[in-house]
Ligand binder design. Structure first.
Ligand code: KIV
Length: 282
């Protein structure tokens, strides 16, 4: 059954945890669908996970649209959200609405997500909501502004910083966001935010109190270079398995073990004889 906004809210009201995961392509979407997750986010983390950028800020709107459209083609039931990339919504309300509309119209997203809860992001969220597009907020560690935040590190660890995050989350809620991602903040701060907000919260490195959790697909599957953040739990170790499989293939090709007879197409001997005659072979 397709996950709709009312269905998400019903789950939230019942206190059932919401499961969200990122995806960036067709097979990732098919896997998320088969696993029965509630929400799929085409995160701009795809910049690093599948496009090889050093951070999320390099990815363009066109690239995010292509990833989102690929996910859309693989997804039926889960609710699909697309990240608005850095530089695609900050300049004006008009820019934000036009970009958000492209993700809905051209790529099939059901909602967009934008980062930060400062005055600019709140205004953009409000404008997009007023244009009839669902918006998910994102506060705490917001990787698009990691440089300004002093790197990809936990946020809200002082009373003042936690208060600022609370104000940002409330402002995004007031602007009409249907849910908010809380990233890399202390679990005790999250507990307070969850009490304060009336919309669902989705946590990543924010402890267990949120209405739902999100993980980056490649972290979850163990396909990454280096160690992930403290909050990452890997449920598989596919990176090394991919290398083992590729190395076995390379070995088989070099040792002429692949392809074997069962991988080859056949031709009727009389047709082969005709072919050889046509080539002038004896
Ligand atoms: O880009 C992303 O994957 C995200 C999640 C970490 C929430 O924003």
């Amino acid at each position: 059954m397709q996950v709709t906004l009312p269905a998400l809210h019903e789950k939230y009201e019942r206190g059932e945890p919401l499961v969200m995961v990122t995806a960036y392509d067709f097979p990732g979407a098919r896997a998320a669908e088969a696993a029965g997750v509630d929400l799929v986010l085409v995160g701009d983390s795809g910049a690093e996970m599948v496009l090889g950028y050093p951070s999320t800020v390099g990815v363009s709107t066109e690239e995010m649209l292509m990833l989102t459209a690929a996910v859309r083609r693989g997804l039926h039931d889960p609710f699909l959200i697309a990240d608005l990339p850095f530089g695609s919504y900050e300049a004006s309300d008009e820019q934000a609405v036009l970009t958000a509309a492209r993700f809905v119209r051209e790529a099939g997203a059901q909602a967009v997500k934008l980062e930060r809860g400062n005055a600019t992001s709140v205004a953009r969220a409000r404008a997009i909501v007023q244009a009839g597009i669902l918006v998910m907020g994102h506060v705490g560690l917001t990787p698009q502004s990691a440089t300004a935040l002093g790197g990809n590190r936990a946020q809200g660890r002082s009373g003042a910083a936690a208060t600022r995050i609370a104000q940002e989350a409330l402002a995004l809620q007031e602007a009409g966001c249907f849910a908010i991602v809380l990233e890399a903040i202390p679990a005790a701060v999250t507990e307070e935010l969850v009490r304060l907000l009336t919309i669902p919260t989705i946590g990543i490195g924010a402890g267990p109190a949120t209405a739902g959790q999100v993980l980056v697909l490649h972290d979850l599957l163990g396909i990454r270079e280096g160690t992930g953040a403290r909050f990452v739990r890997s449920y598989a170790n596919l990176g090394p398995e991919m290398i083992t499989a590729l190395a076995a293939y390379a070995d088989d090709v070099r040792e002429r073990r692949y392809p074997a007879a069962e991988h080859c197409y056949t031709i009727d001997p009389s047709e082969l004889a005709e072919f050889r005659t046509a080539l002038g072979r004896p």
